[in-house]
Design a protein around this ligand. Sequence first.
Ligand SMILES: C[S@@+](CC[C@H](N)C(=O)[O-])C[C@H]1O[C@@H](n2cnc3c(N)ncnc32)[C@H](O)[C@@H]1O
Length: 174
Amino acid sequence: MKSFKYIERFFKYRSAIDIVSKLGKVDLKEINECYSMFVFLRNMPVYSNKDNVIVFDVGCGKRPTFSLMVAHFIKNWEFVAIDPNLEIKDYRTERLSCYKCKVEEFDFSKYTNRTKIGIYIHSHAPAINVFDYLFIMPCCIDNLPKNILGFFKIDTNIWYDKNKIYYYDLRRKV
Ligand SMILES: C[S@@+](CC[C@H](N)C(=O)[O-])C[C@H]1O[C@@H](n2cnc3c(N)ncnc32)[C@H](O)[C@@H]1O
């Protein structure tokens, strides 16, 4: 049976209706997966970094669901959504910017002194080597980084079998 724990938690936020109206669509599966990623991220040490953090939501799809949602929950981080299929419009969200391109085409040079987190939720994009931390919920292609130690958790609150989330601290270069 599907778990609605994350959906219930999400809609308890005062900003939930605002988030959904800015996205223009209620996709419960997407909200569930994005909330799952948020729960994982929130339990990692990088979550305590207060400033200078920028999150890249790579292969977000047509809408920047994860970055728009989490920009409402974490007030001092910046968010960048990147996808060649992304619908570019005014999402009325401070600290969120959107780019309709492949991640390989994106210019990361202006973010050199920032803590960069790459978030891949069922993304088909390659895990390029620019991030300090990577969080990947793989889809049908293998885009996990090679020769680097990471770990994963299985989140049974995700509704289908693509429910593993991998974490890599790339600063260690193990
Ligand atoms: C299965 S969809 C997942 C979309 C969304 N994250 C979701 O969970 O509903 C895979 C996405 O990866 C994107 N993608 C594929 N190659 C990419 C690349 N090189 N850079 C950025 N995004 C890419 C596609 O455009 C597509 O939106």
